[in-house]
Design a protein around this ligand. Sequence first.
Ligand code: GLU
Length: 462
Amino acid sequence: MSSTPVRSEAMPSGRPLGARLERVYETLLRRNPGEEEFLRAVREVLEVVEPVVERRPEYVEAGLLERICEPERQIIFRVPWSDDRGEVHVNRGYRVEFSSALGPYKGGLRFDASVNASIVKFLAFEQVFKNALTGMPIGGGKGGSDFDPKGRSDAEVMRFCQSFMTELHRHIGDRTDVPAGDIGVGQRELGYLFGQYKRLTNRYESGVLTGKGISWGGAQVRREATGYGCAYFVEEMLRTRGTSLAGREVVVSGSGNVAIYAVEKVAQLGGKVVACSDSEGVVHDPAGIDVELLKQVKEVERARLTAYAERRGPTATHRPGGDIWAIPCTVALPCATQNELDGKDAAKLVRSGVVAVAEGANMPCTAAAVQTFQEADVAFAPGKAANAGGVATSALEMQQNASRDSWTFEYTEERLVEIMREIHAACHDTAAAYGAPGNYVLGANIAGLTRVADAMLALGLV
Ligand code: GLU
């Protein structure tokens, strides 16, 4: 998916904070001027943290809140490369190494024209808590570039990846920082990145990247894991409310890696996905999205959804620039990109009877949208919980690389299901323990935060 413009609603929601937390936030505002996405992500955590610091005053004494909001290290670098006509381009590369309290920095690389310091920093911050929620030994980081691979030849993508890795390689390692994919970075890009890393270091260090191809150190289910995990999470939320995905009409925005496998798993669990989208428009397919055709169009041909609609036959219609959230459904899975679903969209979904929303993408719902869902008692799962299956399976890939082992698809998927159930239980139980039953935003943030904070306390002032 390409970027969606940031709407002003993307700004923090502005619920009041206590005096101490307000001071932390003011420092952040001063240090990170104009970084809307990052400020919103931090604010969301600070807004639920008050009862935690009341119970755990030692967090305040140790300056944990100030430390947890400041990345351990931020790397920004030049990425020069030449296109097929010999013309020179200069992109900007980033890696934000946010927290290594629980393990090596871990998180994807995003190649998209919208990438900037704020976006990488917000993604890295979210990743810290997401990774903590998985219960695996991984810290949090994120990186990427404002390079857009769409429309570029394989040779151009390869030259860009080689130039990007020529700088990045000195900062990463299987015990230091382990990147993976994200928007615009799939197996093709990871292959070129890994090849250059191997050449520069003269080491076949499989565990330095995750999301690799199966024949060169990758893990089964990693490709499917984010989308599958999101569907499993929503199934758990529905189960808690005494219902399930079976027989439900579901809308999934996006048509990239997360969306494709969310569509597949929803269908396997008995639901019917009736729409998906790309940056050009929406496909409405009331008979149910044909996931094999979707994979062929998006993964094999790297084509747009118009090609899906042309070949699907009369059941599907393509609406250029269409509004996916106007399509009636009872479950919605925003799986495209940040700020793609605003307060008005949320109101439309509530009117059409939505009962559950889970974020497959990172922060696709604006603060106003989240509030609308919560006020309407819609089960709402934030991305740091609902899309954590991807990075959790990356941690399983790291385990296999470290032991030079490879597991079967079935075994790996069982582990994923177990991890998603545990994440759901952690969010659900933490929310109840803090007097806000059913509030997965509060549950996810507090459960993630306390895991990171306890490790930071143990490690001293570093
Ligand atoms: N980019 C993915 C995410 O947002 C995956 C990160 C990883 O596997 O390291 O969580």
